[in-house]
Design a protein around this ligand. Structure first.
Ligand SMILES: [Fe+2]
Length: 207
């Protein structure tokens, strides 16, 4: 995507049905083609009359919301965060069958004790986020992995954490298939993690 205004909707790296049976094609299609598209459009709408920000990257905008005009601050934070988080989310899912590589597995075991324990902690975090938001596997500067949550479309950009793996726990991410059973969605999501990308994001901490 353009990393400046006008932002564009990034295509999915797989077909809408590629994550079946864990995430159905209709959920993926609506989530991407409607929800993410709205965030992109609303972000552009907010920035339209502010040409001084048209050359700024999404990361810059999200890390400088405090210096933006009050009239667009919230819109940029919420919609820009929506674009940023969802681009990560969609890119970090993959058709079923991927397993974590050896170095990722080692890092997960070092921080959580076991892969199973990681899954338990991630699920607990996703379930505990009241309302809408995200659960994240993230890396501290020391390389220690941790699981955190953010509300709404807040990102990890203004923290010292490097996001490794985002889990969208907004109802729009799962309601069509899983209704109000967020835990079932999270259990299914573990089958469609793009572990290759996790490993590449984790890479610099493994040196
Ligand atoms: Fe979402």
């Amino acid at each position: 995507m353009n990393d400046h205004y006008p932002f564009v909707l990034t295509g999915l790296p797989y077909g809408t049905g590629a994550l079946e049976p864990y995430l159905d094609a209709e959920t993926v299609r609506i989530h991407h083609d409607r929800h993410l598209k709205s965030y992109v459009e609303n972000l552009n709408r907010a920035l339209k009359d502010y040409p001084q920000y048209h050359c700024k990257s999404l990361e810059w905008l999200l890390t400088h919301t405090g210096s933006l005009p009050p009239a667009i601050r919230e819109a940029v934070k919420n919609n820009g965060g929506g674009v940023y988080n969802h681009n990560l989310y969609f890119s970090m899912m993959a058709p079923p069958g991927q397993e974590p590589g050896e170095s990722t597995l080692r890092a997960v075991e070092k921080s959580f004790g076991s892969a199973e324990r990681f899954r338990q902690e991630m699920k607990k975090a996703g379930l505990s986020r009241f309302g809408s938001g995200w659960a994240w596997l993230a890396a501290c500067p020391s390389g220690q992995l941790k699981i955190v949550t953010t509300a709404n479309q807040d990102t990890l950009l203004c923290t010292c954490l490097t996001p490794l793996l985002p889990l969208d726990v907004w109802e729009h991410a799962y309601y069509l298939k899983y209704l109000n059973q967020r835990g079932d969605y999270i259990d299914a999501w573990f089958h469609i993690i793009n572990w290759k990308d996790v490993e590449s994001r984790l890479g610099r901490f493994l040196l």
